[in-house]
Every structure is written in structure tokens, then in C-alpha cells.
Design a protein around this ligand. Structure first.
Ligand code: UGA
Length: 402
């Protein structure tokens, strides 16, 4: 059995790695020549714990290529291309349409599995778009960046959506030895499971952030509140960590796309409207706290600890730290940043100095803001920070300091 993977982003590479680790022959194709050239010499285009080792030790080495045809000719083709947000909040499906068309032309009747996160109804619309020339299934992923390989190898569940039973059986067979519960359903339901899962997790975060706002005013300790709540296994302890809002390439985009879908069929998702509004507000919070302490940020030296949208990754897409930097840049603050993995920022942040260590960034700084909950930051004592900082302004929206 050969596996084709279209798209060499996080999802594509984690998918390729997991099938390679399970002994399948995998062809992973992407039109980005630079990315493929790197992968061909054993380098990853981003940091992801353990992924390089899987590729290096696979019994059948993964073929990385810019030739989409060779991936389309495999027995099962996984579509893992991006689905970015369009201007109206909907998911832009142009990459999915493009590779589906290529696959339908090259390999009519191929088993074409949508792993890309796509709005409910996409498998059916793509099937129409290619005039029924593909055997389509929806098989969403639930990978977390920083843990993508482990999540792909040991999934909590395998969701198989197919409108044709023979396709469903092919995928059930592919995953039979994974040891996770399999949910077999139709395509639209499978696609909805993915969106509902991400939206629920985002809502859980906004819930605890709303509670954190109240706790901070009335003198309650939100961390203990979260611990106390999480011990009830109906609630669960995960995703109750308050912070400067959720970021990354998934939650903001997927929540927007689900809201857009609801609006388009006149079923507004009010809870997601609140989730989004709370998130935007929490993302502004560190800036508001800075202004409260320092009044005018012009010329003030501000150290930002953490740029990645969460620990364990060098990904800064939709990272709350970038929003903070933009606001401070508009106020002409003097910015210095440190992140254990992020070494450079997009060009719009050219004026932000990159420090070589967290301690270095504090020298001569009027304030420090901790934007990512990297474990090394929580190992630092607040008193230690205050010894180096020029002022006493320590802003800790992730509650990492003791
Ligand atoms: C998320 C989901 O967790 C995965 O299950 C899903 O497969 C993936 O999106 C996707 O759709 O591909 P990911 O974006 O890697 O994974 O990141 P998360 O670990 O979910 O964190 C998202 C954001 O929420 C981060 O900014 C993080 O700091 C924040 N967060 C998370 C909190 O503020 N509090 C928490 O308690 C948990």
C-alpha cells in the first residue's frame, strides 16, 4: 500500500511521518521548491520535536518531490494543503480545489482523503467540482504543534467520514492497527467533528480567561480555580490555562470559519461570537496593563519574553506576542524580545531587537511581558527579574511566575 501526501506543512509532514513510521511507502509532494529541497537533504522547514528522527529512521525513506503526479498515483492520497482564512472569515479552499483537480485529472477514481481542516460540506462540494472523478473521504487530524508526531502516531480517535461505504472500509483497514477508537460517519459529520472540537477547546480557553478577568478584580486566584474545576472529570483540567488569548494557525481561523458557516445558513453560533470577543480582549490585555504602569510607552524599553504562539514550537502565526509588539511599535516603544526557539520575526518587526537570552533582554528594560509559557520562564523567580529590571513592571498574562 502506497501513501501520497499533498502538502508538506505541519499536517502533511506529520501525516507522512506517521505513515512512514508504520512502514508504509510515502510520497510527499509540495509545489514549494525550497521546502522540498530542504526536506530532500534531511532538514525540516520548521521545528517539530521528533519529526526529523522519524524521517531519518523510516524503514522505507519518504520520497519528497515537487511532482504532485507521483503522489496522486499512490493507492491512497491525503490532501494536506492549507485552508487559510479568506477576507470574510470563510476558509479559502482554492488550494484544496487545485490539488483535487490535479488528482482527478491524473488519477481518476483515486481515493482522495481530506486531512486539511475544511468546513462541513467541503468533501461533497469538491466531489461535485471534480465531477465525481475522485472517491472522497474526510479524515480530519487532531495534531497539536509541538506534539504532532506523537499525536499522529497515537491519536485519541480516528474519524472517518465517507459517503461511499467502500471508501470507508479502505480507511478503516488502513487504521485498524492504530489502537484508537474509530468514528465512522458521513463526510459532513466528520468535517463538523473537527470544527466543533477546535471551537470547543477555544471556548474553554475563553471561558477561563473570562473567569480570570473576574478573579483578578475580586482577588481570587484563577490558577487554583482552574485546578479545583479540573479535578471534576466532567470538566477536565486541560485547556483551562488563562493567558493572553489563544493564537496559532488553527483556533482563530477555524472558529472564524465555523461562525461564517453558521451565519451563511442563518444559524449564528452565539457562543463562538463571545469566545472570539473575549479572545480579542485578552490579546489586548498585556498592552493595556503596560500603559497602566508606564503611561506613555514612547522610548520605554520593553522586554517581551516569548514570541511563539505556545511553547514547543517556533511558529508565530497569529501569536498573541505579535499583536503586543504591533501595539507597542505604534507607541514608539523600544522593544527587545527573547524566545527560546524563534530566532527571527517577519520584516514588519524589523525594529524589534532580538536578545540572546531572557536575562539579557532585561538589562535596562522598564518592563517585561511574558507572552509564552515556556517552562524556562516559569523556572525564574519574580524577585530575580526585579533585580535586573530598571522599573518594577512585570506583566505576566500566562501566570507563569512564582
Ligand atoms: C490545536 C488543537 O489543540 C489540535 O487538537 C488541532 O489538531 C490543531 O489545533 C489543528 O487544528 O490543527 P495547536 O494549534 O497546535 O492545536 O495548539 P494548542 O495547543 O491547541 O494551543 C492553541 C492556543 O491556545 C495557543 O495559543 C495556546 O497558548 C492557547 N492555550 C491553550 C491557552 O491559552 N490555554 C490553554 O489552556 C491551552
Amino acid at each position: 500500500m502506497t501513501i501520497g501526501v499533498l502538502g508538506a506543512g505541519y499536517v502533511g509532514l506529520a501525516t507522512a511521518a506517521s505513515f512512514a513510521a508504520r512502514g508504509f511507502a510515502v510520497v510527499c509532494a509540495d509545489i514549494d521548491e525550497k521546502k522540498i529541497a530542504k526536506l530532500q537533504i534531511g532538514e525540516l522547514p520548521f521545528f517539530e520535536e521528533g519529526m526529523g528522527d522519524v524521517f531519518a529512521t523510516a524503514s522505507t525513506p519518504v520520497t519528497f518531490t515537487t511532482n504532485l503526479e507521483s503522489a496522486c498515483l499512490c493507492d491512497i492520497v491525503f490532501c494536506c494543503v492549507g485552508t487559510p482564512s479568506a477576507a470574510d472569515g470563510s476558509a479559502d479552499l482554492s488550494f484544496v480545489r487545485s490539488v483535487a483537480k490535479t488528482c482527478a485529472d491524473i488519477a481518476p477514481n483515486a481515493v482522495f482523503v481530506l486531512k486539511s481542516t475544511v468546513p462541513p460540506g467541503t468533501s461533497r462540494s469538491i466531489s461535485e467540482f471534480v465531477d465525481g472523478k475522485l472517491r472522497i473521504a474526510a479524515n480530519p487530524e487532531f495534531l497539536r504543534e509541538g506534539n504532532a508526531v506523537q499525536d499522529a502516531l497515537n491519536p485519541t480517535r480516528v474519524v472517518i467520514g465517507a459517503d461511499d461505504e467502500s471508501v470507508s472500509l479502505i480507511l478503516a483497514d488502513l487504521y485498524k492497527d492504530v489502537g484508537a477508537p474509530i468514528v465512522s460517519t458521513n463526510t459532513v459529520t466528520a468535517e463538523m467533528i473537527k470544527y466543533a472540537s477546535n471551537s470547543f477547546l477555544a471556548t474553554k480557553i475563553s471561558f477561563i480567561n473570562d473567569i480570570a478577568n473576574l478573579c483578578d478584580v475580586i482577588g481570587a486566584d484563577v490558577q487554583s480555580v482552574a485546578t479545583g474545576m479540573g479535578l471534576d472529570d466532567r470538566i477536565g483540567a486541560k485547556f483551562l490555562q488563562p493567558g493572553p488569548g489563544y493564537g496559532g494557525s488553527c483556533f482563530p481561523k477555524d472558529v472564524r470559519a465555523l461562525m461564517h458557516l453558521g451565519q451563511s445558513v442563518k444559524v449564528p453560533l452565539r457562543i463562538l461570537e463571545a469566545t472570539t470577543a473575549i479572545n480579542a480582549d485578552r490579546q489586548r490585555l498585556p498592552y493595556r496593563q503596560l500603559v497602566e504602569h508606564l503611561v506613555d510607552l514612547k522610548g520605554k524599553r520593553i522586554a517581551v519574553w516569548g514570541l511563539a504562539f505556545k511553547p514547543g514550537t517556533d511558529d508565530v502565526r497569529d501569536a498573541p506576542a505579535l499583536g503586543l509588539l504591533r501595539r507597542c511599535m505604534a507607541d514608539e516603544a523600544d522593544l527587545v524580545a527573547f524566545d527560546p526557539l524563534v530566532r527571527s520575526l517577519p520584516s514588519e518587526f524589523g525594529e524589534v531587537e532580538m536578545a540572546s537570552s531572557a536575562a539579557d533582554s532585561l538589562r535596562g528594560a522598564d518592563a517585561v511581558v511574558i507572552m509564552t509559557d515556556w517552562p524556562e520562564f516559569s523556572a525564574v523567580e519574580r524577585v530575580e527579574i526585579l533585580k535586573t529590571l530598571r522599573g518594577d513592571c512585570v506583566i505576566d498574562p500566562r501566570y507563569v511566575l512564582r
